[in-house]
Design a protein around this ligand. Structure first.
Ligand code: CO
Length: 212
């Protein structure tokens, strides 16, 4: 359902209905959440409105710490992402960090075109770098949709590697042997998540050219 006539007042009303429903199901729900959060997962996903971390994983408030940006990027100069990662790994001590991309990602599609969009081009630039890294493989795929989907997947894999290159993840692996980092892709056409099987949980999993 995509109700374009929804007003902002309706969102406030729906919030009231949701609170009632939650209280009906579990009287202590909000009391418990107000005391602490102990999520076991950090989700790094796309800002796309169709890819809501809690909704698609069937998780509740309190279960997933979430960072979203255009095309689920791990950019080493992004203080916002680094702050979320540091807090999740070192304070909340999450066991898993999931980078989740999605097919049909507007950011990835924009990176495959030569059109200027505006300020966002500077962000998209990072995805173009992923394309350049894998250009031979990508250019050999003649079907456009297949090529786009491949870049979505390669982009996720590169972001998992970029996570592994952060001192935050490397130090956590040395100190406590975790978290496990994962690369997933969501299919907006059928709602299914796909594990790209690129999980890593130790410095030994990673190239020696990025030592601590
Ligand atoms: Co996207």
């Amino acid at each position: 359902m995509n109700d374009s006539n929804k007003t902002h007042q309706q969102l406030l009303l729906q919030n009231r209905a949701w609170v009632q429903q939650k209280n009906k199901e579990d009287n202590d729900f909000f009391k418990r959440l107000s005391e602490t959060q102990k999520p076991d997962f950090l989700w790094i996903g796309c800002a796309d409105s169709r890819v809501s971390a809690n909704e698609i994983t069937g998780t509740q408030p309190g279960e997933v710490f979430v960072h979203r940006n255009i095309a689920n990027m791990v950019v080493h100069t992004d203080m916002n992402m680094l702050s979320v990662l540091d807090y999740a790994v070192n304070v909340l001590k999450v066991s898993h960090v999931i980078v989740c991309g999605h097919y049909g990602c507007g950011g990835v599609l924009a990176a495959m075109s030569d059109k200027q969009i505006g300020l966002i081009d500077n962000w998209i630039r990072h995805i173009k770098d992923v394309y350049r890294l894998h250009q031979a493989k990508l250019d050999s795929i003649s079907d456009l949709k297949t090529r786009q989907n491949k870049l979505v997947e390669l982009n996720v894999i590169e972001q998992v590697h970029d996570l592994a290159k952060t001192s935050i993840i490397q130090n956590a692996w040395t100190e406590r042997g975790g978290p496990v980092i994962h690369g997933w892709v969501y299919d907006v056409a059928n709602g299914l998540l796909k594990d790209l099987n690129v999980s890593m949980d130790s410095n030994e999993d990673f190239q020696a050219i990025f030592p601590i």
